[in-house]
Design a protein. Structure first.
Length: 192
């Protein structure tokens, strides 16, 4: 199989998939005809071929996927005028604490934020698929330990937690989370 044909197969599979595809899944498309290194090289060539288009081939935590480039978002929003869900400051702060300090308990989150964390906040993040219980702390009451999910990384377009922006000062941990906007863009909530 030549390089162009491999790129066409990969391109079709990635465009038709409704989710990111792992390298192993993409290698399996070729039934042993191409090594993982050859598929990876073809993906990189395909990535370069799409550099000037409205879609970009990116590698996120869940694998490889095509996603729209930021400069075309205003135009695409005209097709779907509904607004995406807006998250309160309390939700974003809680998510930021979990993302940067995981695994954490509800008590840890409350200690960092300085306020009580409502059950509805954790439920909202769990329903969104951004956090999950990954265990229980070996202490009195065995509180649940929360961590972010692969869905969180995929939705924010991140390959790993190391791709999160660095926090210089702890004053506002939600200020630069990609894909969520700044803390000033969120709705206010009377009770955290």
């Amino acid at each position: 199989m030549d390089r162009d044909e491999a790129q066409h197969v990969l391109e079709a599979a990635l465009l038709c998939a409704g989710r990111p595809l792992t390298l192993a899944e993409l290698v399996a498309l070729f039934d042993g005809a191409l090594a993982a290194s050859d598929v990876h090289a073809a993906l990189q060539a395909l990535q370069r071929a799409w550099e000037t288009r409205g879609l970009a081939l990116v590698c996120v935590a869940g694998g490889w996927r095509f996603q729209t480039r930021a400069q075309v978002h205003p135009f695409l929003q005209r097709l779907h005028p509904e607004k995406p869900p807006r998250y309160s400051r309390a939700v974003l702060e809680t998510l930021a604490v979990i993302a940067y300090r995981q695994p954490v308990t509800r008590g840890d989150i409350e200690a960092i934020r300085g306020v009580t964390v409502g059950t509805s906040i954790l439920r909202q993040l769990e329903e969104r698929g951004w956090i999950e219980v990954v265990g229980h702390r070996e202490t009195v009451g065995r509180p649940a330990l929360y961590a972010t999910t692969r869905q969180f990384l995929d939705d924010l377009g991140l390959a790993s937690l190391q791709a999160l922006p660095a926090i210089d000062e702890p004053a506002d941990p939600t200020r630069e989370l990609p894909g969520l906007g700044s803390a000033s863009d969120v709705t206010s909530e009377s009770t955290p």
